[in-house]
Ligand binder design. Sequence first.
Ligand SMILES: Cc1cc2nc3c(=O)[nH]c(=O)nc-3n(C[C@H](O)[C@H](O)[C@H](O)COP(=O)(O)O)c2cc1C
Length: 99
Amino acid sequence: QLPTLTNSLPKLNQYDVILVGGPVWNGNVAAPVIEFLRNIQEYQGLIAPFSTAWSDSDHYQANFVNWAGRLQVADGFHITTHGSHQFKANNLAAWLRKL
Ligand SMILES: Cc1cc2nc3c(=O)[nH]c(=O)nc-3n(C[C@H](O)[C@H](O)[C@H](O)COP(=O)(O)O)c2cc1C
């Protein structure tokens, strides 16, 4: 059962790229983010996912693509506080440059 989103959305097609961030929950996309992706299926631009996790986000990107449906999804930026993908400013800058 997904939560109802309470914020209203702007007209999304005015944006070329939308960054969609969220926490990793049980290795996967968090429920409010899933509901957000379900709400924006008409968006024509690029979705760039990023996530935070404690230790493991290895399946997050594939799970995100699955929930994204018809949306176009870029390779995301995924960091862990205790795992092998710790935050590095250079990596973030390189990811942003590729978008
Ligand atoms: C319900 C729930 C499930 C979570 N599952 C995972 C998980 O599978 N892997 C992981 O590395 N972190 C997991 N976390 C940690 C969150 O990703 C983390 O809380 C989030 O990135 C925010 O970071 P913070 O708690 O340091 O503020 C989980 C957190 C919650 C509340």
